[in-house]
Design a binder for this molecule. Sequence first.
Ligand code: HEM
Ligand code: SF4
Length: 610
Amino acid sequence: MDDHKPIDTPDGPAVETPGTGARRYDAPPTDRPITEAEAAKAAGLAHNEHLKIASGYLRGGLADGLLKHATGAISEDDGQLVKFHGMYMQDDRDIRAERTKKKLEKAFSFMIRLRIAGGVVTPKQWLALDEIATTYANGTLRATTRQTFQYHGVIKSNLKRTMAAIDAVLLDTIAACGDVNRNVMAATNPAQAGAHKAAYQLAKDISDSLLPKTNAWREIWLDGERVVGGEEEFEPVYGKTYLPRKFKTVVAVPPSNEVDIFAHDLGFIAILDKKNRVTGWNVTVGGGMGMTHGEPDTFPRTADVMGFCKPEDALKVAEAVMTVQRDWGNRKNRKNARLKYTIERFGVDAFRTEVETRIGKKLGEPKPYRFDGNGDRYGWVEGDDGRHHLTLYVPSGRIKDVEGGPQFLTGLRRIAQVHEGDFRLTGNQNVIIANVPSEKRAAIEALVDEHAMTKGAGALRRNSMACVALPTCGLALAESERYLPDLLSELEESLASHGLQDDEITIRSTGCPNGCARPFISEIGLVGRGPERYHLYLGAAFDGSRLSKLYREDVTAGEIRTVLDPLFAAYARDRQAGERFGDFVIRAGFVAKTTNGPDFHERTGPLKSA
Ligand code: HEM
Ligand code: SF4
């Protein structure tokens, strides 16, 4: 790869304001022209910025690295690039210490994430994905919190075979991770067939139009031809440096906020007429979850509703929002690079004006809308088109067979063999068997029962979510997916003792503050601090529109029930009619209300202790 290219060769739309800064550097250190990557480094841009420039449109040393059979790993820099191809290099942390003691390399493997706009797959695709899980991965499929699947435990020598099998059913993993527009989510809304269709179509169109154009994925994983001359390849929207950071887009259909629109960079809220037809979209910008413990300049933020657009303008708006962030986002500090910080820095009005300039028209005033929750609706639902849809509760989205318990892997395989509709993943890690004709309903129901698959759970459990965390996630500070089920059992006992067993309360847990299961927007949020230690957050809104606040620091796993029990008691005793737990803890003075990102860390008191 030749990255010795003069710096004044922009490969896309001009990048001016805060931008890459590469062209501002004008003192080459040697007599050859300075490379773009060197210029980026000299300008103080983040390491990933020069990496992207020097990667030849996301190729880096990946092809060569795959041929190095003496190690199960790839280089650190390629580890950053491989994210753009939908993969994370990981190691089994349960056996890390033991292997180090034996002077063995870590047990490296790869997490592979698919790109499935709106989370819709056909039965044929389901069967293929299942087979890949059992042939190349750890025998499980994980439905993620952003409507797609992940595999865990794929070793380096199986990566290309896995990608070929994914490609064979017309799916891919392009842009599932990395500094790009990631998997686009869409409301599943089984009851609103027409609106779902429009939401799905918009999600699919955005996903397709904002997809990186580089041929690197096909070339590296499928031994595809190098279509264009590598360095000269053209990324018309992204340019060589792609985005400053990840970018997440969702499409919601009220009254359900199952996609958690306020936690995402860009969102579209369907505005419906009386016949459930979409008349346009409210546009949201600047939501995000991740933060770093002890760094108050980093915070989660709920998105702002920026305006309204007509259906025919939505795609243009999506591209404009993304390109303003491409050009205005912070490329020096990755911890400050998400759109939420760009919006904080420039203000939503300046941001809107720039978007309007790029689309060549004004956005309308936001239209009224109402969300009633961010959970799923379990069990059978009949859509307004007469088709039937069954939402199953999949604990932590892990599709596997549990001895003596639910057989999701086998059961859904059996269903995929006879099902004529499709499957939909929800943003709450659940699975919908969708578009079942009336006459097939009984057969599907029988298979669900035969494999003990759950059509629901207790009120707290069905509103729960956990990220993967240990043993695969390299960033996890504490357990999440593996400990949440036991914690839920304890809390269910506590709630039942106060007569609250049927009250819907959202609870989410993550192994670190990156927030992959969106814990800061859940009424009870647990965020890992260290082994068996969590920060406990309270006071988010049930409909996902308000962030929570830190209630207790460093609660040990064993103390969580004891800390929450008096709050449940107070809620049962003192709540007002219809009052949600998240609203109650604020009114009762246990936590202050968070109004948006920057005041997330403010702990204004006097706050009561339960
Ligand atoms: C700085 C921020 C973040 C970093 C560095 C990060 C990194 C990671 C890593 C390493 C994993 C793989 C874990 C595994 O499967 O073993 C993961 C999973 C995942 N992350 Fe993140 N993440 C961040 C924030 C977020 C946020 C805010 C969301 C959602 C809004 C999100 C959505 C997901 C999803 C859907 C998964 C798949 C597994 C699951 O459903 O739990 N991530 N993330
Ligand atoms: S929240 Fe943290 S621990 Fe959980 S999957 Fe995301 S990065 Fe890993």
